[in-house]
Design a binder for this molecule. Structure first.
Ligand code: UN1
Length: 488
């Protein structure tokens, strides 16, 4: 079936009907599979006003009741898992298993957020004054704008939206203009949950489509309390200062240039599998994709030879076919980026249907310089060699990005050093697994030009709430802090 026909069927099943001048093209064959109407700048202001109205209501709903809405969203996602995953495959080009994995990631964060809705704990703090008590409470923050990228067209919304909802915040979603249909599908699924929930305010979950101007209008609107943006470092460099100018908050999840160190004691069979998935999986289009392999010289020849053999066997093609491991790049521009990095040497696989299909590349380099320092959103694995672990750590850390990293070693000292304060400087550091494919339970994000934000698990929820510090005097005196005397 053509992607267009299949998309039409899925959209009908999910009850989505859209039209408009913003076309969505399937990377499978480069053909249009549907379209949506982009928002006008005035629509953004209306969305923000509606969002703010919703906030005034939603913040009064008890958090465990807000969790009930997220529980219902999780149920609807379970019911729609298969068609939504297929739509992700059609619109983003992910293989079937990864499309399903992405929707599972949404379900997982729903479960996490439901539990969290009863655990938005504050603190009790010892006061220095007699008959005083200090506490810290967490309150809803306001409208959250979620800007997402094409490569995780639905899961990243869920990481943000599920936490925002239980924290008491409405969400306005600006999806990538390359993946508007999956966003519409998610909204249709969410609407089912909203109608079962009953009395949620209008404007609690909204989507606005469009290009840069729409994103900018959202970023500049002072009713948006938090802008959570996933995308390139260049995008974050624009968004961060714009939000800061109006003293809004931002949560940035930007580029990665993730490395793996393979030490002499590594289990090479395990390392090979991890490298294959993290470098070639998702056609190298994850922010966590493995881009730099730093291998000890004693195992480099053997490992690189084995990897070349494996990379030659990778089945590349229609991501819907069983057995395909690597689907298409998102578009021609992605191919241009890959060609720039490889000086025109990217190996094109006979275009199965008219999409852009490339063979993941392995490039051995002598030094970490030039393109190796940049994030090219395509399946290119640079290989560097090292002699001493200190050298490998320095290579791992001497790029401007700081998202994810990993080491393969069976030496406890090396593993612990890698995870220590003088080891990897990334937000994510793994041992004996690759840098990609994180679970939702951990905080996700990275340092340096990756933007510093943390989404998803652990205590990332705090970014979606405001902290209130309260001191309560239950005595009949008024002692001042620091022993200050002030009496007439
Ligand atoms: C992204 O590429 O923007 O850790 C997110 C991973 C996924 C999320 C990637 N869970 O690879």
């Amino acid at each position: 079936m053509s992607p267009a026909e299949e998309a039409r069927q899925i959209l009908t099943t999910l009850g989505v009907s859209t039209s408009g001048p913003l076309e969505s093209r399937s990377p499978i064959d480069g053909q249009a599979i549907g379209s949506v109407g982009p928002a006008a700048i005035e629509d953004v202001a209306v969305a923000c006003a509606k969002g703010h109205e919703a906030f005034l209501q939603w913040r009064k709903v008890p958090a465990p009741r807000r969790g009930e809405l997220v529980r219902l969203i999780g149920e609807e996602l379970r019911a729609a898992k298969e068609p939504l995953a297929r739509l992700v495959t059609l619109e983003a080009g992910k293989i079937t298993s990864e499309g399903l994995g992405e929707v599972q990631e949404m379900i997982d964060i729903c479960d996490f957020a439901v539990g969290l809705s009863r655990q938005l704990y504050g603190l009790t703090i010892a006061s220095e004054r007699p008959n005083h008590r200090m506490i810290e409470q967490w309150h809803p923050l306001g409208v959250v704008c979620v800007i997402t990228a094409f490569n995780f067209p639905v899961a990243v919304w869920a990481w943000n939206a599920c936490l925002a909802l239980v924290c008491g915040d409405p969400v306005i979603w600006k999806p990538s203009e390359k993946t508007p249909l999956t966003a519409e599908a998610v909204m249709a699924i969410a609407r089912k949950a909203l109608s079962k929930f009953g009395d949620a305010p209008d404007g609690l979950l909204q989507v606005v489509h469009g290009h840069r101007d729409v994103g900018e209008a959202l970023v500049d609107d002072s009713r948006v309390a938090l802008v959570s943006a996933t995308g390139s470092t260049a995008m974050g460099r624009e968004v961060g200062p714009r939000v800061a100018r109006r003293f809004g908050r931002s949560l940035l999840e930007l580029g990665g240039n993730n490395a793996m160190i393979v030490a002499p004691s590594a289990d090479l069979k395990l390392a090979e599998r991890a490298i294959l998935f993290s470098a070639a999986g998702t056609a190298g289009q994850r922010c966590t994709s493995l881009r730099r392999l730093i291998v000890h010289e004693s195992v480099a020849d053997e490992l690189v030879a084995r990897l070349r053999g494996l990379f030659d066997q990778i089945r590349i093609g229609d991501p819907r076919d069983a057995g395909t491991l690597v689907g298409p790049l998102i578009d021609e521009a992605a191919l241009e980026g890959m060609q720039r990095a490889l000086q025109g040497k990217a190996e094109l696989v006979e275009a199965v249907h008219g999409g852009v299909y490339v063979r993941p590349a392995i490039v051995e380099v002598d030094a970490q310089e030039g393109v190796v320092l940049q994030e090219t959103f395509a399946p290119i694995l640079y290989v560097l060699r090292y002699r001493e672990l200190g050298e490998a750590l320095a290579l791992n850390n001497s790029v401007v990005q700081g998202l994810s990293s990993s080491i393969f070693t069976n030496d406890l000292r090396e593993a612990e050093l890698f995870l220590s304060s003088t080891g990897s400087d990334c937000g994510i550091a793994n041992v004996n697994i690759g840098p990609s494919g994180a679970e939702i339970g951990g905080a996700f994000g990275g340092e340096k030009e990756t933007g510093g934000g943390r989404e998803s698990g652990s205590d990332s929820w705090r970014a979606y709430m405001r902290r209130s510090t309260n001191t309560i005097n239950y005595g009949s005196d008024l002692p001042l802090a620091q022993g200050v005397k002030f009496e007439v």
